[in-house]
Design a protein around this ligand. Sequence first.
Ligand SMILES: Cc1cc2nc3c(=O)[nH]c(=O)nc-3n(C[C@H](O)[C@H](O)[C@H](O)COP(=O)(O)OP(=O)(O)OC[C@H]3O[C@@H](n4cnc5c(N)ncnc54)[C@H](O)[C@@H]3O)c2cc1C
Length: 373
Amino acid sequence: MNADVLVIGGGLHGLSAALQSARRGASVILVERHFLGRHASGATAAGVRTLGRHAAELPLSLEAAGDWHKMGDLVGDDCGFVACGQLQVAEDEVAFSAVKARVERLQAKGLSHERIVRSDELRTLVPDLAPHCLGGSWAVGDGSADPHRTIRAFRDAAVAAGVHIKEECKVTALTWRAQVWRAETSQGSIEAKVIVNAGGAWAAEVAALAGDPLDHAIRTSMMVVTERTAARIGPVVSSFGRKLSFKQTAQGTLLIGGGSQGRLAADRQSATVDVLALASSVRSAVRLFPKVGGMRIVRAWAGMEAMTADHLPVIGFSRRVEGLVHAFGFSGHGFQLVPSVGRVLADLVCEGHTKHDLAAFDINRVAAERAAA
Ligand SMILES: Cc1cc2nc3c(=O)[nH]c(=O)nc-3n(C[C@H](O)[C@H](O)[C@H](O)COP(=O)(O)OP(=O)(O)OC[C@H]3O[C@@H](n4cnc5c(N)ncnc54)[C@H](O)[C@@H]3O)c2cc1C
């Protein structure tokens, strides 16, 4: 088989890159060693958040926010996106000062996607919030989506655009000869002019096959779902300085996450739930919403993805080998970025450049020799 572009990794970033490259006329093969969405993209809380984003990520995040509000235009489905808003609560004066300073910095740059809310408005937005919460920041255009519907919509759109998707197809070797990559896979050889490494938690393994050694950590974020409750929580709620994010699904269950870490298996191929760390997230949720105390937990899981030291992704060309573009290291907040990062990757593979400034996402930050130094 051969194509212009071989995308390695069938998570949402691989699918988005494949879809948007194919729409620009490239022939694209996407390979996924398990099934689409098996890892971070299927385990995600699917929060669509500009709130609290690192300044370097904001241009991509604000562009993606526009996409989420008209997702039907991109993939023919709204992906279950609901603009319920995201609220970051400050539980003490120190936290509130930090949140206010961030919003002032944004406003000084002319950005208005976050605004400060005081105690009374906080209670209007979320009536059951604990009385100690002083205020917070409110991003009215943020929200959350349905991860599985999102995967399905991106897959269907990619297939309609002509992307050839191969599941249960693991890339095991890569060689670059005569300006062409040859990938050995569990389903035979594939040749392509450009490779996109969207390998998630295994991006370093894929990069090593291509002769571009790099090093990143692996996050193993956990999620909990409770039984259904009659309580009503509209927005996605987080708390400044705590590993907590909290929302209610359309079915009435509560989804609690926010970054508590599970246990990574020694071979770095799977992760399991760490009940003690999980208990701490759940305690934080009960502290913010006393009404949820005593509810039964029905399911918990841990998902894996690559994490960089500065928690910013790696997006861009390899600096060591030709014809290789990386997109990984989203460090727990890559779901919202899927539409805009896919567009950037399509720029790179189809045109060789993008209008976006990718300096903050440079691969050299995670080059293996830098990590060893
Ligand atoms: C529990 C949890 C909660 C999260 N919550 C949020 C949130 O609320 N908001 C937000 O913005 N982000 C969130 N994220 C982050 C977001 O989900 C991820 O950043 C995003 O899904 C990453 O997508 P991906 O395509 O890069 O990676 P993945 O979905 O992990 O895809 C990578 C794929 O590459 C495949 N692969 C690897 N090596 C090979 C190989 N050699 N050959 C073939 N295939 C290979 C893997 O099998 C995998 O399926 C969360 C993540 C987790 C785990």
